[in-house]
Design a protein around this ligand. Structure first.
Ligand code: GLN
Length: 487
C-alpha cells in the first residue's frame, strides 16, 4: 500500500489491515511518525522519536494513537498545555491511555491543548495556538484542539481528548470530525491532570463514528483508582444501523435559536430532514433551565479548578521560580510565572465563589441550577430518545477574534455545557459545511464550500450504543467524507 492509502485508512480499517497482515505495524507507525514530526499546524507537544516494538497480537494491533497532553504518560512530558508543568515526567500512565495501549494502540504523540483544558480555541496553550487545517487563519476549537486538528489533517488515525464543557465535541465540530463525550464515570479519570473533577471526561476524536465506537469499546470500564468510576452495563458494539425508524429526536428551542449562525442552523435543519427520511420523528422540546447552564458552569468549573490547581506550587511538580525571599514568595512567583492569564482568571473566580460568605450565594446556587438541568433532561427523555442541537453556535472563527472577550469565548459552549452538567453522553458528527458570516477570505472554491458544522446527539446516561447507532445511520446518509485528509 502507498503512503496515501495507508493514511486514508481510519483506525478500524487500519486495525483490520494489520490483523490480516496486509500492512505492517512499523510501516504504518513510521508513516504517521514522519507526518506528525513534520506537522506545521502546531498540533503536538511531543512526538515519539522511535518506532516502538511491534505489539503482540491484540485488537488494535499497533494502530498509532495521539493523546491530549493532560493525560499522564509515564516518562513522557505531560504538561496539560501549561508552563507550570515544564519538565514534569509522570511516574505512571493514565488509565484511559493504559487501556488503549493494552489493547495494542501505539503512542505516537501528545497533542496541544488549552492550558489545563480551559478554553474553546486552543489559544490559551503555553505551546502556542493550533491552526485549523480547513483554514489556517482560524482556530481548531478547544480545548482538545491539537487532537481534533491532528485527526482532521491525517497526522494520526485518531486521538484521545477530554471534555469538561464541550472540549471534545466543539473542536470535533470545528474540524469536521467525530467527537464523543461518554457518560460521566464511564471512562476513568485516573491520571488525567484535573480541571473540574465533577465534569471532566475522556473520550475519542475520530474520523468517523465506527472509530469512535472502537475506541470507546476499549476505553470504558470500572477503575478502582477513580472514586467516581462506574461499571458500564454491557459492551460497546460497532454500529451498523441504516434506518432510524421509531427514533424520536427532540429539538430544544432554547439551544437552536438566537445566537446560532444562520449557516450552522441551515446545516442542522438539513440534517433533521435527513433523519426524518430515515424514519425518525423530530419534535420540539423544552429544556427550561438550559439558558442558565453557562452561568452555572462558569461558577462550578472555576470553583473546582481553583481547588485542583492549588497543588501546583513549585514544590511537587514541574517548574519552580527561584525567589530571593521566603516560601510564600516562591509559591507566588512560581504561580505568577507558570500560569497563563485564563487560568489565573478562573482560579480567582473560583476562589471567590468558594470563599466563606459567598459559597452559598454562588457555588451552592450554581449546584441548584445544575440539579434543575439534570431534571430537565430526565423530563424530556420520558418523551424522546435523544436531544439534538448544533454542536457549536458558529463555524471555526479567526484566530485572535475572541481572545480579548472572555464572555464571547465562553458562548462557544452554549450547546454543549448542559449535557456536561447533567453527566450524560453526547456525540458530535460532521453534518455539512457552512460559510462563515464575517470572513471573505474563505471562498467556496478554497474551502470546498465552507467550514464544517457539527450535529450533536445527546442521550440518557449509558445510552452510548444507541447514540452510536443513530450517529452512524446519519453519518452514512450525510455522506461527509471523514477520511478526507486536510493538510
Ligand atoms: N470551553 C470550556 C471551558 O473553557 C470547556 C472546556 C473543556 O471542556 N475542557 O471551560
Amino acid at each position: 500500500m502507498s503512503a496515501e492509502e495507508l493514511v486514508s485508512l481510519g483506525a478500524q480499517a487500519a486495525a483490520q489491515a494489520l490483523a490480516s497482515g496486509q500492512i505492517a505495524a512499523h510501516e504504518l507507525y513510521e508513516i504517521y511518525r514522519s507526518r506528525a514530526a513534520a506537522d506545521d499546524l502546531n498540533c503536538f507537544t511531543w512526538v515519539a522519536e522511535q518506532t516502538p516494538a511491534p505489539p503482540a497480537a491484540s485488537p488494535l494491533g499497533g494502530v498509532p494513537l495521539a493523546v491530549k497532553d493532560l493525560f499522564c504518560t509515564e516518562g513522557v512530558p505531560s504538561q496539560s498545555g501549561s508552563r507550570i508543568l515544564e519538565g514534569y515526567l509522570p511516574p505512571y500512565t493514565a488509565t484511559a491511555v493504559e487501556r488503549l495501549l493494552g489493547a495494542g494502540a501505539c503512542l505516537l504523540a501528545k497533542t496541544n491543548q488549552d492550558e489545563f483544558a480551559m478554553g474553546s480555541s486552543n489559544e490559551n496553550s503555553a505551546f502556542g495556538p493550533v491552526l485549523n487545517p480547513w483554514d489556517r487563519s482560524r482556530v481548531p476549537g478547544g480545548s482538545s484542539g491539537g487532537s481534533a486538528a491532528a485527526v482532521a489533517a491525517g497526522l494520526t488515525p485518531w486521538a484521545l481528548g477530554t471534555d469538561t464543557g464541550g472540549s471534545i465535541r466543539q473542536p470535533a465540530a470545528l474540524c469536521g470530525i467525530v467527537g464523543f463525550k461518554p457518560t460521566y464515570g464511564a471512562v476513568s479519570r485516573y491520571g488525567m491532570i484535573a480541571f473540574a473533577s465533577s465534569l471532566d471526561q475522556a473520550g475519542p476524536l475520530t474520523r468517523d463514528v465506527t472509530d469512535a465506537a472502537l475506541m470507546l469499546r476499549h476505553l470504558i470500564g470500572y477503575d478502582e483508582c477513580d472514586a467516581t468510576s462506574l461499571d458500564f452495563p454491557g459492551e460497546i458494539a460497532l454500529p451498523t444501523a441504516e434506518r432510524l425508524d421509531g427514533v424520536r429526536l427532540g429539538v430544544p428551542e432554547e439551544l437552536t435559536g438566537e445566537g446560532i449562525e444562520a449557516g450552522v442552523l441551515a446545516a442542522f435543519h438539513a440534517t433533521l430532514a435527513l433523519a426524518e427520511q430515515l424514519g425518525a420523528t423530530v419534535e420540539p422540546i423544552s429544556l427550561p433551565h438550559a439558558a442558565h447552564a453557562l452561568s452555572a458552569y462558569y461558577v462550578i468549573a472555576p470553583a473546582e479548578c481553583s481547588s485542583n490547581l492549588a497543588r501546583f506550587d513549585g514544590v511537587r511538580y514541574g517548574m519552580r521560580t527561584e525567589a530571593a525571599g521566603d516560601l510564600t514568595e516562591m509559591y507566588t512567583r512560581t504561580r505568577h510565572d507558570g500560569f497563563g492569564a485564563e487560568v489565573k482568571r478562573r482560579i480567582m473566580l473560583g476562589t471567590y465563589a468558594l470563599s466563606s460568605g459567598y459559597y452559598d450565594a454562588y457555588y451552592g446556587r450554581a449546584q441548584c441550577v445544575r440539579t434543575k438541568i439534570v431534571e430537565d433532561f430526565r423530563n424530556v427523555f420520558a418523551d424522546v430518545d435523544f436531544v439534538v442541537t448544533p454542536t457549536a453556535p458558529s463555524v471555526a472563527f479567526p484566530l485572535g477574534s475572541k481572545t480579548a472577550d472572555p464572555l464571547a469565548m465562553y458562548l462557544n459552549d452554549f450547546c454543549t455545557v448542559p449535557m456536561s452538567l447533567a453527566g450524560i453522553p453526547a456525540i458530535s458528527i460532521p453534518c455539512g459545511l457552512a460559510l462563515p458570516p464575517e470572513d471573505r477570505n474563505v471562498t467556496e472554491a478554497a474551502s470546498g464550500g465552507g467550514l464544517p458544522v457539527g450535529f450533536q446527539i445527546a442521550g440518557p446516561a449509558f445510552s452510548e450504543n444507541r447514540i452510536l447507532e443513530t450517529a452512524f445511520a446519519l453519518e452514512q446518509a450525510i455522506g461527509f467524507d471523514g477520511g478526507t485528509v486536510r493538510a
